[in-house]
Design a protein around this ligand. Sequence first.
Ligand code: SF4
Length: 543
Amino acid sequence: MNIKERTKNFPQRPGVYLFKGLRGEILYVGKAKNLRKRVGSYFRSSGDDRPQIYFLIAKTRSVDFIVTDSEKEALLLESTLIKKHKPRYNIELKDDKSHLYIRIGMEHPFPGISVTRRPKKEGAKYFGPYDSAAAAREAVEQITRFFQIRSCTDREFANRVRACLKHDIGRCSAPCVKKISQDEYALHLSDVASFLSGKKKYLVGMLKKRMSDASAKMDYEEAARCRDAIGMISDALERQNVIRHGSSDNDAIAMESEGSDCIISVMEVRSGAISGQRNYHLKCGVQDAPEVLRDFLLQRYVEGSFIPVKAIMESAPADRSLVEKIVSDRSGKKFSISIPKKGAAHRILMLALENAREFLRFKLMRKEDDAVFEKLSKKLALISPIQKIECVDISNTGGREAVGAIVSFLHGEPDKKNYRIFNIRTLTTPDDYAMMYEVIKRRYAENVEREMPDILLVDGGRGQLATAMRAVEELGLSLPLAAIAKGKKDDEPDQIFIPGRMNPVNIKAKSKELLLLMKVRDEAHRFAISAHRRRRDKKSFGK
Ligand code: SF4
């Protein structure tokens, strides 16, 4: 019995269906109110004629299903299965930023604050996501300073007999040695929650009241703490975008797509002011726009941390009321989807749309570059696409005033803050190999903890490559290497050598991949020569 025949026997019940490929891999997960009807529609000639469906069906070797009690349950299961199996024909949700959250471990009587990349479904509260480790750290810094929340681990807390330095420098109220009561500490924590949820105006009001109460009770220490916290929050409020968009917490969500690339841009409005913006890059599979929006909302809110009261959108997602219900259940308060045509909400939506358009334009531009990096990675036998390239070159005059230069390129562009110059210490005779060995050892020995390049390029042929391999091996690093040598004749293209291969790598002359490596090498050459000249001039003229 072929697949089409088999689907005629599917139950007429709600559930989730899974399209599987030759090796049983899951290609697509969908949900249905009526499994037989929905799955059968894929195989009817009058069914879905989107081109992606054609490819999906061509690759499908079997279809499985899971019956659920309700459509709502099917929707939740679908979302879980997509997250788990990442089927290639479903949308692939990729955030353009790495996720960092501030965690407050509520399971402890005196909860501490920390930064994490992995929110878990335990009793903790999570705030964020934050764009960078620096932004999250700054928030923790402010919180410990103005709200006196502990940042030690639970184990440190349990083992203290005296307060630590953080208390001495005014960064912790020292609950470990009972310098603050549990109730008072809980009050500080609720301020932190208001602060991190963007409810700054409300918090200022609360702190002002508490400051005057503390003054009345002659608790000047507490009054001063409140005053400092008010100052810090007011500064933050001033720096914040002051355009008002109502007074509640909303997300304005706009989508823009081209081909299979789709960007969803979210403007986060908290207490009426824009507090952040995030872009998500999706690889759209067989779903149409309303289905993509539905899956996006479920992924963002059912598994995310903060749920606003409203999602402002240009058009309704599929299963709108079901999504509203599921998200409301998860949030514990009413969540609704609104589609404004004018007014403040519409304006903020247009802003999100503008962002989505810009970001998509940017992504499409980058796509061409990404293809070059991917091709180059394959040519150089790397397992992951190249993003960061460093290149080393040596310059000297007969071994004197020798310098080694390392340049760094990120996404094909010079990353000048990571350029380095090394004055050669060990040699005054012309031995480029030994100089390169010294430079590589110094550069990477001192930076073992830092982010390494995806590949280190050396200027030269097999000899230079062997020297670099020795240095890297002695450092115990697994740093990928390649060497770039000038063609033997003027009209011959440059040659690329990699470890474990006698012949040069087959890269076409004038290909974008080769031109990129030449650009990096030429920049290393230029940088080395100018550093060498400076050193030489300094010596000649005693500058
Ligand atoms: S003072 Fe106590 S509670 Fe505060 S950070 Fe130090 S050890 Fe932790």
